[in-house]
Ligand binder design. Structure first.
Ligand code: PGA
Length: 244
């Protein structure tokens, strides 16, 4: 299975989202074996989910809190995400880790909570430029993936997103992606039985229709987690077509 997931981040108002859906749905051809998802901001989750569900597009959230309810001002629970129609939730995005202090300890709870509410956790991992240049890439990724020892086996997707390639127009070279994806696979094999939980490994970081075919040719690249290009309905529809 291949996956193309759009991460809208903190973009689009409801009228803009409606226009996106109209154009995207006019061009989107569902392809068997390609899972398509969109992760809009919280206030327009239900609107976007309702608009795209009929064409098999899955609704993802960009974050969720581990507790099901309570005094957590400004947070949204996995229960509420499920109630809003989400099928999955992006967890551990580098912007959450870097700008909002998301820790691996918090992610253990979030992955477990997502599974409890039948949401597919899409766990993001990736190194910074300083970490790569210092030769720590695999060590950092191993550390980020080690939370899986605590979450136990279960449904999971993983996205490798080198922090230095996000929103920068820089893309990791094929060799770098190949090395990291193979490493992630060996780590996943340590924690989970492939037969029980096949885990697709997506690549993220300045994915566009121009570079997607080359990325998809790399073994273990099961698709893309797409930021900037997912805000353009024609480019997003093209990415789905390329994955088919
Ligand atoms: P980008 O974002 O495609 O704009 O680089 C990817 C992401 O952050 O998920």
């Amino acid at each position: 299975m291949r996956c193309v997931i759009g991460n809208w981040k903190m973009n689009l108002l409801s009228t803009e989202a409606a226009a996106f859906c109209e154009t995207f749905l006019a061009h989107h051809v569902p392809v068997s074996g390609v899972a398509v998802g969109i992760a809009p901001p919280f206030p327009i989750l239900r609107q976007v989910g309702d608009a795209v569900r009929a064409k098999g597009v899955r609704l993802f959230a960009q974050n969720g809190h581990a507790e099901p309810k309570g005094a957590y001002t400004g947070e949204v629970s996995m229960a509420q995400l499920q109630d809003a129609g989400c099928a999955g939730v992006i967890l551990g995005h580098s912007e959450r880790r870097q700008l909002f202090g998301e820790t691996d300890a918090a992610l253990v709870k979030k992955v477990k909570a997502a599974r409890e509410w039948n949401l597919l956790p899409l766990l993001c991992v990736g190194e910074t430029l300083a970490e790569r240049e210092a030769g720590y890439t695999l060590e950092i990724l191993g550390q980020q993936l080690s939370i899986l020892a605590e979450t136990g086996p279960g449904p999971l997707w993983v996205a490798y997103e080198p922090v230095w390639a996000i929103g920068t127009g820089l893309r990791a070279e094929a060799g770098q992606v190949r090395e990291v994806h193979a490493f992630i696979r060996t780590k996943l094999d340590q924690f989970m039985d492939r037969g029980d939980y096949p885990v697709p490994i997506l690549y993220g970081g300045s994915v566009t229709p121009d570079n997607f075919p080359e990325l998809l040719d790399i073994p273990e690249v099961a698709g893309g987690l797409v930021g900037g290009a997912s805000l353009d309905p024609l480019k997003f529809a093209e990415l789905v077509k390329l994955a088919g």
